[in-house]
Ligand binder design. Structure first.
Ligand SMILES: [Zn+2]
Length: 202
């Protein structure tokens, strides 16, 4: 282990759309017996001699945007490179599932809205209402988007988006572009693709 790394015992990890892209050969590089996973949290079990910000016993969420270069985090233990900057300490009074999304999904949705320029008064359409799309809806509401339209074919997901203040288009039941033009004449200011590859419809 490098002096700035830490070893953590994984308490929770999740499946990401990126795993499916690897599984379906849409991202190169997956080899037989590779362990997938890049979003996790857990308890620090040991730290390198130069790690200052976390100590043994700390509960942390691990950033998804790093890699040890070997395997993923769907394992009992992970090595966290540069642990001082790639871990976020978490208090003991919140459950794993309340903070696990800080590893990737919540931040990815936030980044989509920042890069897209969502601000007060803008109109936004979000393609795909999986976790990242749902977070994009949530983060669009945060600065005060005037109208947010969520697009998916899964009613359960659309319902979650409605709960976050979005209007919904079920693309299996209606024409996306026509309906979107009726909802937002002239089209939305910002479009967020939270489906990726060939999956976004319309
Ligand atoms: Zn991910």
């Amino acid at each position: 282990m490098y002096v700035r790394d830490a070893i953590g015992r994984v308490t929770s990890t999740i499946v990401c759309g990126s795993d499916l892209h690897l599984y379906h050969n849409e991202f190169a590089g997956l080899e037989k017996n590779d362990i997938l996973g890049h979003e996790c949290m857990g308890i620090i079990e040991s730290v390198g001699s130069e790690v200052k910000n976390v100590k043994v016993g700390d509960r942390v969420v691990v950033s998804a945007v790093i890699s040890c270069g070997y395997d993923g985090c769907r394992a009992e233990y992970v090595r966290v490179p540069f642990a001082d900057v790639n871990t976020l300490k978490i208090k003991s009074d919140v459950k794993d599932e309340q903070v696990l999304f800080l590893s990737d999904i919540l931040c990815t949705g936030w980044q989509a809205t920042v890069l897209g320029g969502v601000q007060e008064g803008t109109t936004v359409a979000v393609w795909g209402c999986g976790p990242v799309g749902w977070m994009s809806v949530m983060w669009s509401r945060y600065p005060g988007a005037k109208k947010i339209v969520a697009i998916d074919c899964c009613e359960e997901r659309l319902e979650k988006a409605r709960l976050q203040g979005a209007e919904a288009i079920n693309f299996s039941k209606t024409d996306i572009l026509k309906t979107l033009q009726q909802m937002i004449p002239g089209g939305p200011d910002i479009c967020i693709d939270a489906a990726g590859f060939r999956f976004a419809k319309g």
